[in-house]
Design a protein around this ligand. Structure first.
Ligand SMILES: Nc1ncnc2c1ncn2[C@@H]1O[C@H](COP(=O)(O)OP(=O)(O)O)[C@@H](O)[C@H]1O
Ligand SMILES: [Mg+2]
Length: 340
């Protein structure tokens, strides 16, 4: 549905060029809840703003259903923007309008008839669970309620795509959960595609089916949410996952040339096989189990085990070959590397 191709964006600020986005390539399918995670300044807002051309890319293209939006004229851009809703961290509601009038605003601008507007507003208030707040003003609402109004407003014109720029970043954890549940419901029942940018991995874990990690204007890793959580590769991804250092919590008691430390990731298929005991039997290595735990991402489970294997050079080599033959993900850990 949305294809971002070789997209770059540079800003020139006081004669200094800032390369905010460097050669971004992404494919977002219809029905995805696609997460983009990055630290502050990574380029997330710039990227999401290029999708509805609030920001003009320096080079590259954005295709929506095969149509290159970089080639559209102004009136065509307005048309396509009606299919794209957007919500923000700061809600951006109009303070002088009550909930119903905030939601009605884009419909008024688009020239809808008053009775149609009233019907649609009531439908949206019901969707976001705010029927009883119809005539409340933004100042009378909590953060979560404000974001619900913003979601209703973003969807008012029957948007097919919802862009969320740090939509839950100013909310407390339980309100965040309820807003994410609402987004999930909107995705599931109305089929709306969602692109969500965040700096919080919990948000990704809760609702995204796919995720891209952005760092200094570049996508450093992408995949399904399960892949990224169970087999993170890039250091930036690992940092977002909050991998704690083994240092302090664990001191190796068998360091040396004949000891290797590995992190094993067991996915569903491999979890039931006696891989470790087989490895010991076949290769004669000694195994020291350092740590282990089971995690899940949206009902799918994976296990991590950190082990030390000791033996002579040949046995170590055989053991590694044996592990790699099995359906698990093997990562060698060097001293003080962040794991778990
Ligand atoms: N209008 C602008 N003018 C100059 N620099 C900008 C502008 N907008 C963003 N930037 C710069 O681009 C980089 C990416 O910013 P942004 O997309 O807002 O990051 P994020 O949303 O991930 O925090 C930052 O270095 C920021 O300072
Ligand atoms: Mg931002």
């Amino acid at each position: 549905m949305i294809e971002i191709k070789d997209l770059s964006k540079s800003f020139i600020d006081k004669n200094i060029t800032v390369d905010a986005l460097k050669n971004i390539n992404l494919k977002i399918e219809k029905g995805d809840i696609y997460g983009i995670i990055g630290l502050s300044g990574a380029g997330k807002s710039t990227l999401i703003r290029c999708i509805n051309r609030l920001e003009e890319p320096t080079t590259g293209s954005v295709l929506i259903d095969g149509q290159d939006i970089m080639k559209l004229k102004d009136e065509e851009i307005l048309k396509i923007r009606r299919r794209i809703g957007m919500i923000f961290q700061s809600f951006n509601l109009l303070s002088r309008r009550d909930c119903s009038k905030n939601i009605a605003f884009p419909l008024e601008v688009a020239g809808y008839h008053k009775t149609n507007i009233d019907d649609r507003v009531n439908e949206l208030l019901d969707l976001v669970g705010l029927t009883d707040k119809k005539h409340s003003y933004p100042s009378q609402l909590s953060g979560g309620q404000k974001q619900r109004v913003a979601i209703a407003r973003a969807l008012a014109g029957k948007a097919e795509l919802l862009l969320c720029d740090e939509a839950t970043s100013s909310l407390d954890p339980s309100t965040t959960k309820s807003i994410l549940a609402l987004l999930k419901q909107i995705n599931a029942t109305l089929g709306i595609t969602i692109i969500l940018i965040t700096h919080q991995m919990e948000v990704i874990k809760e609702i995204c089916n796919k995720v891209a990690v952005i760092s200094e204007g570049e996508i450093v890793e992408m995949g399904t949410t399960f892949e990224l959580f169970s087999k993170p590769k890039h250091p930036v991804t690992k940092r977002f996952l909050g991998h704690k250092s083994l240092e302090g919590s664990y001191e190796s008691n068998a360091q040396g040339d004949n000891t290797r430390r590995y992190k094993l990731t067991f996915l569903q298929e491999s979890a039931r096989q006696p891989i470790i005991s087989q490895m010991i039997k076949r290769t004669g290595v000694e195994v020291n189990i350092i740590a282990g735990h089971i995690s899940n991402v949206q009902e799918k489970y994976y296990g991590n085990l950190i082990i030390e294997i000791s033996g002579d050079c040949e046995a170590l080599q055989k053991a590694l070959e044996y592990l790699n033959q099995n359906e698990l993900y093997v990562e060698e850990l060097v001293d003080n590397e962040r794991v778990v």
